[in-house]
Design a protein around this ligand. Structure first.
Ligand code: SF4
Length: 380
């Protein structure tokens, strides 16, 4: 079974579903404009909003860290986690970008991806092929084979059966976990809260069951307010064809209760520690770049992938995982530089579908063209 089979199955399922969502909920068009405007405001004043976020996180009893590079980010997280811990993670492209799981494992921790797709990629020992559906390249037949070979799980090639068996396997890890690491669909600068949207329920357990919650994501996820952060999550799930999302999570500090004399104390049932590690790794430079800045508006819906003929043909060979597809070429340039992004920009055929379907109206072909021009200049 091949990539061609896997991507055809994914496209025929999700593309019509997304069009149906957009037709059924016309108010999404208005939300799109509001979110673009808010994200543009943050990109133009990124340092100001990072500082606002820092103050807000500290105000709600959390600890804030700004990491300049991938290495700095993983060192900060490794220091918070320590060693000999059980760590559960929800799907997180920035963790993949910075190789966080590998760093925590090297420090002697047992680390588990809990999103089904990310878990399958971890078990298969492969790279993710899509920002939202990291295991989209694996057919159900291949998944059954990987689970049998790597975990001794005898499971038929059936999505329902596979999900049930992995749920059983991971339940024990959630209970034992010392630390939960999530990303964020959006970080609200006014409140220090993060909004996370999902369907599996794993993010809710990752962010609530362990005594320590670490939010680990990029500075580009900052938006001005919690209201806008929720709109980002709405939009992301809609343009991923998964609207309404099954769960919308907000985390804003360690757990607390005000049930005794109405005085708020912490912790209560959830985590006792709330850490937020925001990663720069090229983002602040991109925010100042006359062309690359537009990449920072991306809300990671993954729609551009499914309309791109080059991604259909090449999969994760177009862009550098975790950033594949049209957005992936832009994001490879942001996080790894023109030299690494350039060869991928050369593969683009400029069909232009990505720009047409992007909820943020990002001129993706223009950004990719600029990456190509800069790459050719430095390599000739
Ligand atoms: S570039 Fe646009 S379509 Fe592609 S993932 Fe980002 S927001 Fe979605």
């Amino acid at each position: 079974m091949s990539w061609e089979v896997a991507i055809e199955r994914a496209k025929s399922s999700i593309v019509p579903r997304t069009y149906d969502v957009l037709k059924r909920y016309p108010y999404l068009q208005e939300i799109r404009k509001q979110v673009r405007e808010a994200k543009e405001e943050v990109v133009k004043n990124l340092d100001h909003y990072i500082e606002e976020t820092r103050k807000a996180v500290e105000r709600i009893g959390g600890r804030f860290y700004l990491a300049g590079s991938a290495q700095e980010a993983t060192e900060i997280a490794a220091k918070i986690v320590g060693s000999g811990k059980v760590v559960v993670m929800s799907k997180n492209n920035v963790a993949e970008e910075t190789k966080l799981r590998e760093r925590l494992e090297a420090a002697g921790n047992e680390v588990w991806e809990t999103d089904l797709g990310a878990f399958l990629v971890q078990i298969a020992g492969e790279e993710p092929s899509h920002i939202l559906a990291p295991a989209v390249h694996l057919t159900k037949e291949r998944v059954a084979q990987v689970l049998r070979e790597r975990l001794g799980m005898a499971v038929p090639p059936d999505a329902v059966e596979i999900a049930a068996r992995v749920r059983e396997f991971l339940r024990d890890k959630f209970i034992k976990a010392d630390v939960g690491i999530t990303g964020a669909n959006a970080v609200a600068a006014d409140t220090g809260a993060v909004v996370l949207v999902e369907n599996e329920g794993n993010i809710r357990m990752t962010s609530v069951l362990p005594p320590v919650h670490i939010v680990y994501d990029g500075v580009d996820k900052i938006v001005p307010t919690l209201v806008v952060a929720q709109l980002v999550a709405d939009l992301q799930s809609a343009y991923a064809g998964l609207y309404p999302p099954t769960y919308m999570n907000i985390s804003a500090g360690p757990s607390s209760t005000a049930d005794i004399e109405m005085t708020r104390v912490s912790p209560a049932q959830g985590p006792r520690e709330y850490h937020m590690v925001l990663v720069d790794n090229g983002r602040r430079a991109a925010a100042r770049d006359p062309v690359l800045w537009e990449a920072l508006l991306c809300i990671r819906c993954g729609r551009c992938h499914l309309h791109c003929p080059v991604y259909w043909a090449l999969g994760k060979e177009f862009g550098k995982p975790p950033y594949t597809g049209p957005m992936g070429v832009m994001w490879t340039a942001v996080t790894r530089g023109i030299e690494e992004a350039g060869p991928h920009a050369l593969k683009c055929v400029h069909a232009g579908n990505c720009r047409e379907v992007c909820p943020m109206g990002i001129d993706i072909p223009k950004v990719i063209h600029e990456v190509r021009v800069r790459y050719l200049k430095i390599t000739k």
